[in-house]
Write a protein that binds this ligand. Structure first.
Ligand code: OSB
Ligand code: MG
Length: 388
């Protein structure tokens, strides 16, 4: 059987003759969140969504840069990504014909880091290719699953009662897994109570790097609660301490922040730093890296799942396509549009069915319509870039 990487190379190798990117449009769009989202590193009330549109071959492809406004989850921000795409990345891919996806990746490779900026362009390019080939993104990358299991990530709440109410609400809606954001002071007691009331649910926690190895004994208490995983307990760029911690915990560690590409994923598995990987297309720099990590884990029997960054429907549609690959065996952080926003940037909005799944659409590209009218109404910055 072909791996998704092989399918991708085969499908995308045949770029329509001389595909030239003629224009790149960058825009930021502010959308309010239905409720504030709080993690160990901060709290936000709205999302400044960064959209990328690329034109070529008479079509437009859409992508999203998932960076936040502040460098808290990652050093990248909306501001750094605007700068890097405008001044370096977009000029490197416009004008000259592109042969295939690896050609695009090669043109971006000389620029170090800035994975979210690179991914935004790659996503838009992949949507463009899929549209030109009249194929869904899921099919283009070798997806095998039409129905994607999903969970919900619940931020730190003002009170335990409020968290318990949210847990009940999302379980009632069908979500297959509940993930609780934790930090020192909002951890053991909260997890104990959620578990006591819901003995059989798939439950996990995400610390967003809020602990150190000095917290070993504290973190070990989490072993009592039958958690599916503990996500990124230690520093954001660490593999070594996580390997030590994993050797002393029975619960699986899942790495998020620390896995920035295929090479880091290999190192993490070799070191024993985790038993599960959260794949986010933005954090790893695009589809090629994301699919490569998937293939590596699939070959080794390591479960992966698709993480989220409170994306608009455009980023979410890409996540849905990615999560249709066979190795995405655990529920992703791919929730319904209504869990985040009163109105999404795509039509129809993403919905979660009673069995806790979302459907990977079959239409060309993203498979959703981009709501340009609403996007335009909420646009704060718009930049049109053309080859010089
Ligand atoms: O660590 O997974 C994370 C949101 C923003 C930044 C980091 C993370 C998250 C989430 C929410 O957990 C996932 C989502 O529902 O999009
Ligand atoms: Mg995380």
């Amino acid at each position: 059987m072909q791996t998704p990487s092989e399918v991708l190379n085969q499908n995308v190798a045949a770029v329509p003759d001389r595909l030239v990117i003629e224009k790149v449009e960058l825009r930021t769009v502010r959308v309010p969140l239905n409720e504030p989202f709080e993690t160990s590193f901060g709290r936000i009330d709205s999302r400044l969504i960064f959209l990328v549109a690329v034109n070529g071959g008479g079509e437009t492809g859409w992508g999203e840069v998932v960076a936040a406004e502040e460098p808290l989850y990652s050093y990248e921000t909306v501001g750094t990504a605007l700068h890097v795409i405008r001044d370096y990345l977009a000029p490197a891919i416009m004008g000259e014909p592109l042969r295939d996806i690896s050609d695009l990746a090669q043109r971006l490779a000389p620029f170090r880091g800035h994975n979210m900026a690179k991914a935004g362009l790659e996503l838009a390019f992949m949507d463009l290719l899929a549209r030109l080939k009249c194929q869904s993104l899921s099919h283009l990358i070798g997806g095998t699953r039409e129905s994607i299991p999903v969970g919900v990530s619940l931020g730190i709440q003002p009170s335990l009662d409020r968290l318990l109410e949210r847990v009940d609400r999302y379980l009632d809606l069908g979500y297959q897994r509940i993930k609780l954001k934790i930090k020192p002071g909002w951890d053991i007691g909260v997890v104990r109570e959620v578990r006591r009331r819901n003995p059989d649910i798939m439950l996990s926690v995400d610390a967003n790097a809020a602990y150190t190895l000095a917290d070993l004994d504290h973190l070990r208490t989490l072993d009592d609660f039958g958690l599916l995983m503990i996500e990124q307990p230690l520093e954001y760029d660490d593999l070594i301490d996580h390997a030590q911690l994993q050797s002393k915990l029975s619960t699986a560690i899942c790495l998020d922040e620390s896995i920035t590409g295929i090479k880091r994923a290999k190192q993490a598995l070799d070191l024993g730093s985790c038993r599960i990987i959260n794949i986010k297309i933005g954090r790893v720099g695009g589809y090629s890296q994301a699919i490569g990590i998937h293939d590596l884990c699939y070959a080794k029997g390591i479960p992966v799942w698709c993480g989220g960054m409170l994306e608009s429907g455009i980023g979410r549609a890409h996540n849905i396509a990615l999560a249709s690959l066979p190795g995405f065996v655990l529920p992703g952080d791919i929730s319904a549009s209504s869990r985040y926003f009163a109105r999404d940037l795509i039509v129809p909005e993403v919905t979660v069915s009673r069995d806790g799944t979302v459907i990977a659409p079959l239409g060309p590209g993203l498979g959703f319509n981009v709501d340009l009218e609403y996007i335009t109404a909420r646009t704060e910055t718009l930049m049109r870039l053309e080859p010089h």
